[in-house]
Design a protein around this ligand. Structure first.
Ligand code: ATP
Ligand code: MG
Length: 559
């Protein structure tokens, strides 16, 4: 902890120190470097909030967006577009600093020739299998490649011919000439360039050789004059290589790599490979399926940028394992929406109630607050009619005292309206199922109990004749175990069938037919719901973003 900024972490401490001591001439330059091979997920949000966040917190600090597009086989413009949309939606901006590693292919190539000329890179003809064999193990040193002593001239000639397309894919690689006996396997003459006859989404067929991630990343950082290159812990063992490459070259800026732990979230997976498998198998509806941990999925579900940024702030930055309970994300959304989401009523599993004390065709306009605490959010008008719907499980023929809703012969308050008493229960003669309740209302109880009258229970309702029919989609975790990454076999097979429940024939307040509202609503007593893009004015579709409290689904099912 540090007195100036109580939420500081070890990376912010390093940066504060560097700025204070005028290191990097007092500049702060970070970058967010996604590989455009999938949609961004909540783990990326952690990295975005750190890289863009720390730049925003310090005067003059800047953060670049850089697409790490060195692996053309898996990359696509669809991903490039979605990444930009998601970073903006989260509330961050790279201004005019959008870069691509492929912008540097020319420079990367020239630097590679420079390494060859310095005698610290060579063209190797070992096959992939041989290379693995020569590399050694964690306990045994590797062996020098028979091609390691090639002359500079021969290496230059071969590397130029690799570029010119004279050899087939995999026939030769350019390797750094470091130390085959290094205890760090990453330093045992790692590959710098591979032959790949694959079209690149930006450079087309200009290149037949592509740089490796390790080679391209540090140089890209240095060319952009990045000061602090923040990445996840799996790159810790690559740092000596990152530094080695920059030590060989004469680039004026010298970035420092600092690693922090990856976020992992319970009951879901975060690897793009696995998320892609879910999308390809169609077990989810796409990258933006509201069950996915992707930014686009969370957005479709009803998550707000504010709630995700707050989540990232709460989980913090450190080097220790960052496995987070999925309920923390939900808590962040709930507390954001509690203050801001307009209230409305919807009935997901409708049971008809006829109020016999009202005349046929009766309709009254009832005024209700849009938010119980915040008057500035205004009021709305709800039609109250002789026939209404209540939630099926808000009625029981008989129930213990703890059941504070409607029972046969009992009373309950209709939210924003009157107290009603259940006079008669109508059942389907064959199934015995309750299909309708006949009730009376007490006209003296609109929104208040008369003196001496106590009615504890309050339930929500909508007009039967003046409501709109639509769909609600309820979600549970994508996997039923907290650590799905540990499951064996095909990840697609493990998706929980209970992860989605679709309810049609739901009833919404008539105003919900119209769009325009960007925040989710609170459906009173049911949770926060967000309009889905599948929604139409005649058939609204709402996703439940989150219930009203933890474990709400379980409580709901039990009662
Ligand atoms: P994945 O395994 O999901 O494909 P990745 O690390 O290959 O992840 P990149 O597109 O290369 O994905 O990541 C861009 C940046 O986001 C990197 O700096 C990476 O370290 C960071 N990042 C990715 N996943 C996480 C995570 N779970 N937690 C924190 N940062 C992450
Ligand atoms: Mg990657």
């Amino acid at each position: 902890m540090n007195d100036i900024n109580p939420s500081a972490d070890f990376i912010r401490d390093i940066i504060a120190h560097d700025l204070l001591h005028g290191i990097n001439e007092g500049r702060l330059q970070t970058r967010f470097p996604p590989e455009p091979n999938g949609y961004l997920h909540i783990g990326h949000a952690k990295s975005i909030c750190l890289n863009f966040g720390v730049a925003a917190e310090n005067p003059g600090g800047r953060c670049n967006l850089r697409f790490d597009d060195t692996n053309p086989a898996k990359e696509d413009v669809e991903y490039v577009d979605s990444i930009q949309e998601d970073v903006h939606w989260l509330g961050f901006d790279w201004e005019d600093r959008k870069y691509y590693a492929s912008d540097y292919f020319g420079e990367l190539y020239r630097f590679a020739e420079e390494l060859i000329e310095k005698g610290v890179a060579y063209v190797c003809d070992l096959t992939a299998d041989e290379m693995r064999d020569y590399r050694g193990t964690l306990t045994e040193p590797g062996r020098n490649s028979p091609y390691r002593e090639r002359s500079v001239a021969e290496n230059l000639d071969l590397f130029r011919r690799m570029r010119a397309g004279e050899f087939s894919d995999g026939a030769r690689v350019l390797r750094a000439r470091i130390d085959m006996a290094s205890p760090n396997i990453n330093m045992r003459d790692p590959a710098l360039y591979r032959i790949r006859r694959v079209s690149h989404h930006r450079t087309g067929d200009d290149w037949l050789i592509y740089p490796t991630y390790d080679y391209a990343h540090g140089i890209s950082d240095a060319l952009e004059c990045v000061t602090h290159s923040l990445c996840t812990l799996e790159f810790e063992d690559h740092r000596p290589l990152y530094d080695w490459i920059l030590d060989q070259l004469d680039i004026p800026c010298r970035p420092r790599q600092i690693e922090f732990s990856r976020l992992s979230l319970e009951y879901t997976v975060m690897s793009k490979r696995k998320l892609n498998a879910l999308v390809q198998s169609k077990v989810v509806s796409g990258w933006d399926d509201p069950r996915m941990p992707t930014i686009s999925g969370l957005r479709r579900r009803g998550y707000t940028p504010e709630s995700i940024r707050e989540f990232c702030r709460l989980i913090g930055i450190s080097k220790s394992p960052n496995r987070v309970e999925h309920t923390l994300l939900e808590t962040c959304l709930r507390s954001d929406l509690d203050a801001r989401a307009p209230r409305t009523m919807a009935v997901l599993r409708p049971l008809k109630v006829v109020i016999d004390s009202l005349p046929e065709g009766y309709e009254e306009s009832i005024s209700a607050p849009n938010h119980p605490q915040n008057e500035a959010m205004g009021r709305r008008t709800i039609p109250f009619t002789r026939e209404i719907f209540i939630e099926e499980d808000d009625f029981r023929e008989s129930a213990p005292k703890q059941f504070k809703r409607l029972v046969s012969g009992g009373e309950v308050r209709l939210r924003n309206a009157y107290v009603i008493r259940c006079r008669e229960v109508v059942k389907d003669p064959t199934t015995g199922r309750v299909v309708e309740l006949r009730c009376d209302h007490d006209p003296a109880t609109l929104n208040a109990n008369p003196v001496g009258r106590k009615v504890a229970g309050v339930i929500h309702w909508v007009s039967a004749t003046r409501s709109v029919v639509g769909e609600a989609r309820l979600y549970n975790p994508l996997f039923s175990v907290p650590e799905p990454d540990a499951l064996k076999g095909d990840i697609v097979e493990h998706v929980s069938p209970e992860s989605i429940e679709v309810l049609d024939g739901c009833r919404f307040e008539p105003a919900l037919a119209e769009g325009g509202q960007t925040l989710p609503y609170q459906f009173e007593r049911l949770g926060y719901f967000h309009r889905d893009p599948d929604s139409t004015p005649t058939h609204p579709v709402f996703n439940r973003a989150v219930g009203l409290r933890d474990g709400w689904t379980k409580i709901e099912q039990k009662l």
